[in-house]
Ligand binder design. Structure first.
Ligand SMILES: [Cu+2]
Length: 147
């Protein structure tokens, strides 16, 4: 196998201008934009994120997943919508990608797992470009946010 699945920790210099009087703690508590995969399900199914946002995908499964944009939901073919595309590559743990800073507000970008396709419990998710979307706390960590 093409062995080394390097988890290239993208150096997130995303200057999220939140006004928390922050000591610079680890990224694990830094608000951001997150998609979680657990038991072959994406959550949330519709993530709202602004242009230029860094989206972090957290894979809670033991198997690798690969989050890839598609032009049409359900096509399971990698593609772009309005110039927006992303591909995490196969990964375990977590992986981040950045949305284009020029992404048009209101654009809906479907995505799927290029490894499991329609065998995912949730075959398709989407990201909605929303310039007003605010970052949220990372899921997990027992924070007790949402469901
Ligand atoms: Cu998958």
């Amino acid at each position: 196998m093409a062995g080394i699945a390097r988890v290239a920790l993208v150096a997130l210099t995303a200057s999220v201008a939140v006004g928390c009087g922050g000591s610079n703690s680890s990224t694990s508590s830094t608000p951001g934009f997150f998609i979680t995969i657990s038991n072959l399900s994406f959550s949330p199914l519709n993530l709202r994120a602004p242009p230029g946002a860094t989206v972090t995908v957290i894979n809670n499964d033991s198997m690798a997943h690969q989050v890839v944009s598609e032009a049409t939901s359900g096509s399971f073919v990698p593609g772009a919508v309005a110039g927006i595309s992303f591909d995490t590559g196969a990964f375990t743990g977590q992986k981040s990608f950045t949305l284009p800073s020029g992404a048009a507000n209101g654009t809906l970008v479907p995505y799927f797992c290029n490894i499991h396709k329609n065998t995912m419990a949730t075959p398709n998710g989407q990201i909605t470009i929303d310039s007003t979307a605010a970052p949220s706390s990372p899921p997990g960590g027992g924070g007790g946010g949402g469901y």
